[in-house]
Design a protein around this ligand. Structure first.
Ligand SMILES: C[S@@+](CC[C@H](N)C(=O)[O-])C[C@H]1O[C@@H](n2cnc3c(N)ncnc32)[C@H](O)[C@@H]1O
Length: 293
């Protein structure tokens, strides 16, 4: 059975513990792991759980069922958090959690997020959206592909990879994750093909970010989140790569300058050795926390 272990769960809970009542928004409810802990440990808190992914919401619903009328789940992007809350008649909340990126349910099922198996090129978190990884890979012009792989993947060999993708798709459309991963592999210099991380890692990250418009939505979601907090409210963001973390850091800094936010984590909190041993995907997690002024 696939499990998604909520990362830095003790730390996240610690920061929410002083909140005694009101609403916490779990903006990336996923399988409901963090929400479960919050509902269990804070008996007078209600949760609004958001996810773009219909399947994640089904999982969260099962996981949280024992808390009956203490949670509401909404299928939407967290970039629309202002509208979501106003539709629910909620003006302000006490807490926000953003646990960015993909869940194990997405990585381990055939959604095209992983280059470890042969799957159709998809990568949509919201399966009702039009744009897929197949469209990006097979139809984006070469300069746009280069830009995406360079900026969203921070990939050194972006030119060669984009060139090889375009050459390959002239012959036959690229259909699967494995086909794409192979093209990237062969685009790398031979001496670097067998490094610590697979050559496809960065390009897959880049295409996923493009398909799901991730960076833009993170910026919007967090900025709106800060505005929607009551005084003393807590916002927590867990990021998984440097591009996400930079956005979180800068958005917090801007809010601090405007005297809207006190930053509670001078340096981001990262998982300890034990957590990384038990849950290796947690190794790149970084938690930043702010308190509304
Ligand atoms: C790392 S998982 C969250 C796991 C969750 N904290 C748990 O304990 O089960 C991230 C989730 O955020 C969702 N997601 C990512 N970006 C989103 C966005 N812009 N709006 C809504 N959901 C988003 C993904 O679909 C995924 O289910």
């Amino acid at each position: 059975m696939i499990e998604h272990y909520p990362v830095l769960n003790k730390e996240v809970l610690q920061f929410f513990l002083p909140i005694k009542k009101g609403t916490i928004v779990d903006a990336t409810v996923g399988g409901g792991g963090h929400s479960y802990l919050i509902l269990k440990n804070l008996p007078d808190i209600k949760i609004v759980g958001i996810d773009k992914d219909e399947y994640a919401l089904q999982k969260a619903h099962q996981k949280l069922s024992e808390f009956k009328n203490r949670f509401i789940l909404v299928k939407d992007s967290f970039k629309n958090i202002d509208k979501i809350l106003s539709d629910l008649g909620i003006k302000k909340v006490e807490g926000f959690l953003f646990d960015l990126g993909v869940s194990m349910f997405q990585l381990k099922t055939e959604r095209g997020f992983s280059f470890q198996r042969e799957e159709p090129l998809d990568m949509r978190m919201d399966t009702s959206q039009q744009l897929t990884a197949y469209d990006v890979v097979n139809f984006y012009p070469k300069p746009v592909l280069e830009k995406i792989i360079k900026e969203y993947g921070e990939e050194k060999f972006y030119k060669k990879i984009a060139y090889n993708i375009v050459e390959q798709r002239k012959k036959k459309k690229i259909q699967t994750t494995k086909e794409l991963a192979d093209i990237i592999y062969w685009s790398y210099p031979p001496s670097l093909r067998r490094g610590r991380i697979h050559p496809a890692t960065r390009t897959f990250q880049a295409i996923r970010i493009e398909v799901n418009n991730e960076l833009q939505e993170i910026k919007e979601g967090i900025s709106k989140g800060i505005e929607l907090l009551n005084k003393g409210g807590i916002i927590q963001v867990i990021s998984f790569h440097s591009l996400e973390d930079r956005i979180v850091k800068n958005t917090f800094k801007e809010a601090k300058k405007l005297k809207k936010l006190e930053i509670l984590t001078k340096k981001p909190i990262t998982p300890g050795r034990e957590e990384i041993e038990n849950n290796p995907p947690s190794r790149s997690a970084k938690l930043r926390v702010g308190k509304r002024l």
